[in-house]
Design a protein around this ligand. Structure first.
Ligand code: NAD
Length: 549
């Protein structure tokens, strides 16, 4: 919990409180606090409630001309008054999540050098090599629960954004607070600035990061090693979430650190859980079982392999040998179907390379492999053509079609296309939101496979228990809890993820499952027992003004 009394003492009382976003109440400061902190005259005289403040925020927000303007406005509020920011975002989560996170945050990262107003989080650059611990110690609050860190090399679908990638850890941590009640005073966004290969940024006089090419190889690895040790030392309780590292580093660093640090990678593990949750949710509509599915992934990168690994793990938990489980996952990459005899099959794809002919045309692959589910994680727009989708529908009563590539412009197909081309038979989800579609008089609500359904709840479970590790089993449980949270009303609309308005409750359920699992795996001493839900809910931050006197 935020230690308001300590913070106020550190500010030596007085009007500085208006400039501390975690403490500021703006026009909602009551008379007695205005007296005590000497705020009379510094604020308009009428004291208003947080609800009234929120209404004014929404009015201003709605008057903005475009999404980037809305983002800038909300970030301004974040920097002035965090309680009001979170009150507004939580109450308006469906409208505001796409603004504070993907897709708008991508554009914000691209323009970060121009949008920069007030620093937030820590920048650790390669120049700090050898003294990273000292840099981390500059962060005032020593009680950090969650760190989100990026090196900016693969920002959403936008590639290398260098130090401008800082928008991502900031956005993700806002979601930790909004979706799972992680105390915002105990979150820390970190940008590891090791340079950039983005020539446009290197040439841009307004670019705020270090101006050299990316540090690679052993030097990079030593730098990240030093960072991890420094975090363990300075913030021993913190969960470290890796975010938007390039493919070449993401899986490697996850494998390297996951057994020695309290860390996770959302792009791999969070995506895996959301993919498996989508399949589990679909089965409530199709009536199929997990072992009845045959998955064809269009794209064999971090996201696709992550989902296939977790799906295979889920089947192996049911007693199916892991090799047989993997036989139910098929992959297509930029060179076509991933098969045994093909050249250029990387180590992470090898377990899924089956003894089969090498084909390249997607429709032909579908005809031969006969999948029940087609999962797009390729970043290639409009690749699920009418022919591809109609072929899926000719082979299955209820085909699963997931077009998970982000942002919307990269989606393999739209919701409207998938539903129309299958006459409403497919179960559809996408990475970015699509509007509902009416087919034969039924309103179908496309699922958005948003990782925000998963990582905040997993994080809350880890923070609540101080679990020393984050395991695959926890992500599988998160997927199951998410699918279990679907209501009858959701299923009537073929919805496979619940409405975002229920997300805090979903996160709580996930956190309880993670807490139990941490205990079962002997990763924590904390045992909430029967009271888990009540105890963890009490730990969740709610944006309400506290009385300071
Ligand atoms: P990645 O770069 O690691 O992998 C992309 C894969 O697509 C590679 O295997 C590549 O070979 C393959 N590919 C490229 N062109 C192809 C083509 N023409 N045909 C077939 N395959 C092709 O990227 P990633 O991290 O796996 O992410 C992939 C996509 O998934 C991105 O668009 C990302 O936004 C999206 N994603 C969505 C979610 C979500 O919805 N929750 C989560 C993570 C990633």
């Amino acid at each position: 919990m935020t230690d308001f009394k300590r913070m106020i003492q550190e500010l030596h009382g007085g009007s500085h409180i208006l400039h501390e976003p975690l403490l500021n109440k703006g026009t909602a400061f009551p008379e007695n606090e205005r007296d005590a902190f000497g705020l009379h005259g510094l604020l308009p005289p009428r004291v208003i409630t947080i609800e009234e403040q929120k209404q004014r925020i929404i009015k201003n927000y709605n008057s903005k001309q475009n999404d980037l303007e809305k983002y800038i406005y909300l970030m301004g509020l974040h920097d002035r008054n965090e309680t009001l920011f979170y009150r507004t975002v939580i109450d308006e989560i469906e409208e505001m999540m796409p603004i504070i996170y993907t897709p708008t945050v991508g554009e914000a990262c691209q323009k970060f050098g121009y949008l920069f107003r007030r620093p937030r989080g820590l920048y650790v650059s390669y120049q700090d090599h050898g003294k990273i611990k000292a840099v981390l110690k500059n962060w005032q609050n020593k009680e950090v629960d969650v760190i989100v860190v990026t090196d900016g090399e693969r920002i959403l679908g936008l590639g290398d954004q260098g130090a401008n990638g800082m928008g991502i850890p900031i956005g993700k941590l806002s979601l930790y607070t909004a979706c799972a009640g992680i105390d915002p005073s105990q979150t820390l966004p970190i940008m590891l600035d090791v340079g950039t290969e983005n020539q446009e940024l290197l040439n841009d006089p307004n670019y705020l990061g270090v101006k050299h090419n990316r540090i690679r190889g052993e030097d990079y690895d030593d730098f990240i090693d030093e960072f991890m040790e420094a975090v363990k030392d300075v913030f021993p309780d913190a969960l470290i979430q890796f975010e938007d590292f390039a493919n070449r580093n993401a899986s490697r660093l996850l494998r390297k650190y996951r057994h020695n640090y309290r860390m996770m990678n959302d792009d791999i593990q969070g995506t895996a859980a959301i993919g498996v949750a989508g399949i589990l949710g679909s089965q409530k509509i199709t009536g199929r079982k997990l072992e009845d599915e045959k998955l064809l992934f269009y794209g064999a990168g971090e996201a696709g392999i992550g989902i296939g690994d977790l799906y295979s793990h889920a089947l192996s938990k049911q007693g199916i040998p892991i090799e047989q489980a993997r036989e139910r996952c098929w992959y297509v990459d930029s060179r076509g179907l991933v098969v045994k005899n093909r050249e250029n099959v990387s180590d992470d794809k090898k377990p899924f390379a089956h003894d089969f002919i090498h084909l390249t045309d997607l429709t032909e692959i579908i005809r031969e492999v006969k999948p029940t589910a087609l999962i797009g994680v390729s970043g290639q727009t409009q690749t699920f053509t009418q022919e591809v989708i109609e072929t899926m529908a000719s082979l299955n009563d209820r085909p699963i079609i997931f077009a998970l590539s982000n942002p919307t412009s990269k989606s393999e197909c739209t919701a409207e296309q998938a539903y129309h081309w299958t006459n409403g038979k497919c179960v559809f989800a996408s990475g970015s939101p699509f509007d509902p579609v009416i087919i034969n008089g039924t309103t179908l609500i496309p699922g958005q496979g948003n990782n925000a359904y998963v990582f905040p709840g997993v994080g809350l479970g880890i923070v609540a228990t101080k679990s020393t590790r984050v395991t695959d089993e926890m992500f599988l449980l998160a997927a199951k809890k998410l699918a279990d949270s679907l209501s009858e009303a959701d299923l009537k609309h073929d919805r496979i993820f619940p409405p975002l308005t229920t997300i805090r409750n979903v996160s709580l359920k996930i956190a309880c499952a993670v807490a139990l699992e941490a205990k079962r795996e002997e990763l924590t001493e904390i045992d909430f027992g029967e009271q888990a839900e009540e105890m963890i809910e009490k730990l969740m931050y709610t944006p309400e003004y506290q009385e300071y006197l």
